[in-house]
Design a protein around this ligand. Structure first.
Ligand code: ZN
Length: 111
């Protein structure tokens, strides 16, 4: 059970079909395929399916910004306004950078 769950999550993190692990989940950066090209599994969105993915994305972004803040404070001597500018860019771009993996993990966990 645990190995099966780990395998399904690994397939999701690789943006592959949670059922067979071969077909791709996305046809573009923001568009999910309707079916797996390999096993024909239907990738049907259910109401609220992305709810968990939003929290994963938010957590990754917060972790990215907090880690960036700690690294800037520890290793680089920048003014507070410079740090805020850098971290703001990270906070704005973070959700886009982490957008696919949480969706894929969410798809994998609900299949
Ligand atoms: Zn498949």
């Amino acid at each position: 059970m645990l190995l099966e769950l780990a395998d399904i999550l690994w397939r999701g993190l690789r943006l592959r079909c949670p059922c067979c692990g071969h077909g791709h989940l996305f046809e573009s950066a923001t568009r999910v395929l309707k079916r797996c090209a390999s096993c024909q599994e239907l990738f049907e969105s259910e109401p609220g399916q992305w709810f968990g993915a939003i929290y994963i994305n938010l957590g990754l972004t917060v972790g990215f910004v907090v880690t960036g803040y700690l690294l800037l404070q520890t290793f680089i001597s920048l003014s507070t306004s410079q740090q805020i500018n850098i971290l703001t860019v990270g906070a704005v771009l973070g959700p886009f950078a982490f957008s696919e993996s949480p969706k894929a993990s969410g798809s994998a966990s609900f299949s």
